[in-house]
Design a protein around this ligand. Sequence first.
Ligand code: SIN
Length: 311
Amino acid sequence: MKADISTKIAGVKFDACIFNTSGPADVTLAELEIIARSKSPAITMKSCTLEPRAGNPEPRYADLEYGSINSMGLPNLGYKAYIEFAAVLKRKYKKPIIASICGMTLEDDIIMFNAFNNSQVDIIEFNPGSPNTIGKAIVGYDAKEMDRLLKAVSKVCKKPWGIKLPPYFDLVHFDEIAKVIKKYPVNFVTCINSLGNGLAIDPATEQPLIKPKGGLGGIGGRYAKFTALANVRRFYELFDRKIQVIGVGGVYSGTDAFEFILAGASAVQIGTAFLQKGPGIFNKVQTELQTLMAKKGYIKLSNFRGKLKIL
Ligand code: SIN
């Protein structure tokens, strides 16, 4: 018998615990339909803004030996398009749909949260952790500003919702941000957005690989995995199971997914590996996870979720 890898996020049933993260190849309806037809049990849409955005100048993405660098700058079609796409996707594919909101101002966030309340979207992921918007700080690093935003959006949001967080590195910052998040009815956090402002250089041309911000961009893929695992673990401990944690960063295999769940993740998202390997990655990682679980005698995720053994 195959291991049961279904999960619930914010009370919404997912047939499997491995799905796409917001960001890669999820801007247009055609891209979202590729995700819908894949084994991803849910469809996460690109972080949207009030108005459509072209994003940063190109080149703005590059594959690296163990991952990727990007400074996309939130290219998206504006939130109204994603409300329409959600209606189409729900009718055709019946999978849970996750909207991602990344307003330029709190006022924008409020308008979008209100609009998605009356949509076919099942879950909202708030994204104050993007490192790539030129001229805009990574809000997730400012606990006071996070408090202001969460206070306001939690008053308007009527859907299950969570927050995509930037990576934290200092234990003091984990405590500080967890304290803020715990004040509000947040269902989950997603750890982590890309490692902000890395620099990848081509030694042949002596230039950066991407153009925006003098070459600085978010680092994803295997480079991010260990930081992502630490963030999942720390927030899992700090939230004491009252707020779920979703892991993302460097998941290419069932073993990677297993490690995230062992650290405490209720589900695992895939970003860079989806871009690099295509939609078959969801089936691959899910099947490998089931095989690994069977080998270990685990029949469901709760057999090992969060049960990292202490040395
Ligand atoms: C981008 O579009 O720049 C990536 C979005 C994100 O980092 O959340």
